[in-house]
Design a protein around this ligand. Sequence first.
Ligand SMILES: [Zn+2]
Ligand SMILES: [Zn+2]
Length: 637
Amino acid sequence: MVQITFPDNAVKEFDGPPSGLDVAKSISEGFARNCVAMKIDDQLMDLSQIIKKDAAISFVTANDDEGLDILRHSSAHVMAEAVLNLYPEAKLTIGPVVEDGFYYDIDMPPISQDELDKIEIEMKKIVKAKAGFKRTVVSREEALELFKDNPFKVELINELPEDEEISLYQNGQFVDLCRGPHIPHTGMIKGVKLLKISGAYWRADQRREQLQRLYGISFFDKKKLNKYLHMIEEAKKRDHRKLGTRLDLYSFHEEAAGMPFFHAKGIEMWNALLDYWREEHKADGYVETKTPVMLNRKLWEKSGHWENYRENMYTSVIDDEEYAIKPMNCPGGMLLYKTKAYSYKDLPVRAGEIGLVHRHEFSGALSGLFRVRAFHQDDAHIFMTPEQIQEEVLGVLKLNERVYARFGLSFHLELSTRPEKSIGTDAQWEEATNGLRSALEQYGQDYMINEGDGAFYGPKIDIHIKDALGRTWQCGTIQLDMALPERFDLTYKGADNEKHRPIMIHRVVYGSMERFFGILVEHFAGRFPLWLAPVQAILLPINQDLAPYALEVKDLLEAHTIRCEVDQRSETLKKKIREAQLNYIPLIITIGDKEKVEKVLSVRTLDGTVKMGMTHNEFLTTVCKHIKDRILEDIVL
Ligand SMILES: [Zn+2]
Ligand SMILES: [Zn+2]
């Protein structure tokens, strides 16, 4: 008799030791078909394993993230098998799951896209065979014998701890060294696509063998694969590196790798973002400050960055003293706080700073505006009494919500709690974490908890936005800091006339301005709302004689702070309109004789509709209001 306890505490008895699949089938055949793996007393296992003694069971199904990871890891096995079928000389190394799919690093000659397609076709044959994944346990000697022709696997086996159980997985004729678990059979891989090939070094070590990294993605459902591939296609079209070049917003130069150059049009948008940021922050009682980009090494030693973050910092020497370019604004912010003697009545202090920071990234990791070496953080440090934590955090959450809504971005929240390595007392952590938690409760939106994922100096709330393609990006963060106020000996005078340590938070809304900019370019696919558009209106005189008048109208619009251009080229009107539309200019204004004589405007909006005969006043009133209110939706005239 074996007693199995289910997650709802129901207990079922089996006459003999059942497999996980038997237990799943005892619920229903349909449920069993959807099961991927199981957890026996919280340990993840194959569904085929026999449960020999009484245990608690829970199932991992095709609907769980964990299930999807198991499917993708199993897909890596299938891909490796397909590669060996076609290239028997290839040597396998490792094949893990990554955030967006799986890969396998393989020692083989470089292959083309065509060859990758052939591997995918071979994989589909294996999937069709619905081969079961069979697990066997072997001794170290047996494993070494089996993989004696593969030096990578031999290296891996030799590194396994003495007492580690060594398991093999076989599907069809293919055997791989693996800890598991796997899906019951290859037929569960309903949608699979191989995406790309890139080079990789064994053990990420440039001195070791160069391998081919084959990337793929798979799903339990063909429809989900198609949806994903559509999203990838759409993302390619929206790639901010290409769109940014086409729209003349920014560029990248090898003279300063990872440090974007913003063009005049890009700066118009940048300033629109900043103006908006300043308005929201002023309304919430923030002041704006500015601290230097380079600071003496002694400061970085005091803040702990020199010890913990040195390899990401750029340095220089001034008057024989070592300086570092700031990777964060905080230490400068500490010095600012210390210039005044604060009383509890002055708190909270909310000090913002659009700070330019530099952090070293490997050149291979750089990617457009998303991964850079120099960027601006829309930082702020809030100094407060312990009693103010909840209200301050709530205020920051609401500020984030307002800002993201302005761009049509929804978001979700994650609370990260005390990690194993941390400073501060239990009481401090409890107070800090409870402050964040109660702010989240009061805010009322569901949030996830990442146990142990906080910074060593305090718990934090991360805010992940969701863009138009459904991709999520962590932008905002609210971090409580118990280290820096201590290190810099920050104090305020309490009601008791004694000195107290303020509680401090670091927070950003955009995060990295550059990255947020890139996200917006892709989110809007270059078709920005009117208030943000780099060029808001373009004037198209229908002949050269009307050009001087068009320039007069431009002056008028610019006097009302509308960002405006005149297209004076001797192209056809049709072509000019087409180009303006391709550049997503929200207001396309044609100037003919009638417009000049009657002092009216004919305006084409992005939906293609044309409003004729608008008086200048009528136009300016409607457009300026739309811009001032920063309306997300297209303007209707
Ligand atoms: Zn495996
Ligand atoms: Zn900070």
